[in-house]
Ligand binder design. Sequence first.
Ligand code: KIV
Length: 272
Amino acid sequence: MSTAKKDYKRITVKSLTEMKRAGEKVSMLTAYDFSMAKIVDQAGIDVILVGDSASNVMAGHETTLPITLDHMIYHASSVVRAISRSLVVVDLPFGSYQSDAKEALRSSIRIMKESGGHAVKMEGGSEIKDSIKRILRAGIPVMGHLGLTPQSIYKFGTYTVRAKQEAEAEKLKEDALMLQKLGCFSLVLEKVPAKLAGEVADSLDIPVIGIGAGNQVDGQVLVLHDMLGMDHAFNPRFLRRYEDLNSIMTNAIKQYNDDVKSREFPNENEQY
Ligand code: KIV
């Protein structure tokens, strides 16, 4: 299998399928604001997810449930203004698509029109089939999301690994196939056994992007703030920390504080 990278000037939903065919892994990270999105885009990440994890990371909520469609549009439009290459996928937040297909379409249209995002992501399988169909019929690309679906946290009760039992694994496989048949361009699998995720990826033509789903899938996604080490308290097994920004930022801020208190900042060269 080739690992040679094609030089994509702009990532589209089609590029992701091409990458899967060519054996190139898809890279995806979250971003919720202009400054971070600019860095992520310029670093060459293929897909930027404006995740509803903004509810936890940016707003400090315990779950993703409180974030609203207006909040998501605000975050997504800030991200879109920063990017020149990445594909921008925006989460439909809890309550914006579950009640019926018309509402789901209205919410997706608002995201596409008001933020300029390129696609939406939705949590769930057969339960939201009609909504997915309706959105796709309007020409809006949809990324699926199965396994641990945080918008259903109060149904699950915990954030532990999903689909360890045969029945749930079978339902997940059926849902994954259904999402591909409907026309979803990609699928996120969150916190499921690596073997199951690999089987799902092998059975589909669309790319399967994993988080806590092992490396037999077609790409990986992490929450940007987690992989940069912003919060020492969040330590799931699947998370690799690439930096310890918490310590780096704390040290810089403490140094600034000391310099202000000791009158060391600003010095002669830092004034007019
Ligand atoms: O909201 C989010 O950040 C997500 C990822 C964890 C896939 O959905």
